[in-house]
Design a protein around this ligand. Sequence first.
Ligand code: HPA
Length: 387
Amino acid sequence: MATMTDVARCAGVSVATVSHVLNGTRPVLPHTRQAVLDAVDTLGYTPNTLARSLVTARTRSIGLAVSAISNPYFTEILQGVEAAALEAGYSLLIADPHDDPRHERTVVQLLHERRVDGMIVAPSAEPHDLVRYLRRHSVPTVFLDRVIDPRVLEDTAVDRAVASKAAGGTEEAGTGFGAGTPRFDQVCAASAEPTARLVTHLAGLGHRRIGLVAGLPGLSTTSERIAGYRDGLTAAGLAHDERLIVSGHSESSGAEQATAVLLGLSDPPTALVTANNAMTIGALSALRRHGRSVPGDLALCCFDDFAWADLFSPRLTAVAQPSRELGATAVRVLLDRLAEPDRAARTVRLPCAFVHRTSCGCPEEPSGTVESATAASSTLSEKGTVS
Ligand code: HPA
């Protein structure tokens, strides 16, 4: 098997130059670089990444832990992560924590034991153990999709301060970031405003009782979408009725039950907002089971657009998350963190789009339209879908 020394001899350069070309660690003159690449090709040289990792203490790999990877939303996130990682010369190790705090802690430890350079994690609803582990082991991590409550970060900072004091240290409690502790960046979609947009849209069509099939309690996406629903009611001047918010636990069967509860109210809603794609499917099953038509009997607006939302009858009016961009942004933020471990922590929120179709009760249009769901001064633009 060809070695780096063989490549250097064949290209007529030093081993260090070969290393700089292959690792991109220093600029190399174009003709020298080409000579090295030609030698690599001629000799069929394959770098030994394990050997390289022993020298650099880097594996050029990223650990990705996201739940429900079969959900199209997370699959698209994965595609964004993979493309951006590949472009930067990083490989991926993937794990599914199944939104279970214990399993989450286990898979994150397994990824860490494989010495990934950093991690991208969509945290569960109870991320205390996870944060504690990542902090204790100083794992550069970007939290994706779900933002972690600052109090959870504070709690773990208190833990550290107690441990540090016991060991004679001086780390401050409450600051969250003592010297040498990792700073956690976060990347998510802005959820509240788009949900409010769905509610005001339905209110504008005359609905006075709008139900919400909400997500799993404890997730920031759930609380932000509930907050957005409430903001929308307030903006439309509608009464708040807590009975109209029912948890569908972020999944289809939970949403089916939640929708049945809403339909069973003495004064049921005339319109429904579902807080994610899986719950939209569950709500549609319940509506069909109860013989209700959309939008005739009940108008429907959904959080999450997905490939076949345009093929449903009626076509689903939805909020589209920038899923691929979320994944790619998480990689960029993580690489920035690896390059600059002490930079200030960042939370990046990407805007969503309002995709206007017909399940809300609006008349059929030649094509769906996409509108910013985040800025108040949004402009309408054509969407490339064919109805
Ligand atoms: N978070 C945000 N959006 C989603 C999710 C989630 O867990 N599942 C489906 N859409």
